[in-house]
Design a protein around this ligand. Structure first.
Ligand SMILES: [Zn+2]
Ligand SMILES: [Zn+2]
Length: 120
């Protein structure tokens, strides 16, 4: 689906459809204009012809993902439409938080050593 749309700079989640040139905000909605009857799992790209089949798939394969709201049941909900990279992003966010905490500790230690050295 990503290949069908080109993300426009400037935020606001604007995408241009490469098939018809229309600028849309909800690429998933617009995608079905060109590919009706295809329901793609945003997490693993499995496609189904019926939305309830996709819903069943998500229920078993991705129990934390709600295909109706297109959101995850727990906290890591991104503002843009969910993508396959969202799972990776969620785990990356956890890692980034840990890294940030480590970096803060490192900076604090460095500032301390700097103030020590300037007092010499
Ligand atoms: Zn289009
Ligand atoms: Zn899936």
């Amino acid at each position: 689906m990503r290949l069908t749309f080109e993300r426009l700079s400037g935020g606001c989640n604007l995408h241009r459809c490469k098939l018809c040139g229309k600028v849309v905000t909800h690429i998933r909605n617009h995608y079905h204009v060109h590919f009706p009857g295809r329901f793609e799992c945003p997490l693993c790209r499995a496609t189904y012809t019926r939305s309830d089949n996709l819903r069943t798939h998500c229920k078993f394969k991705h129990p934390m993902y709600n295909p109706d709201t297109r959101k995850f049941d727990n906290q890591f909900v991104a503002s843009q439409s969910p993508t396959a990279s969202q799972i990776a992003a969620a785990s990356q966010a956890a890692m980034a938080a840990a890294a940030a905490a480590a970096a803060n500790a490192f900076n604090a230690a460095q500032q301390q050593s700097q103030s020590n050295s300037t007092s010499e």
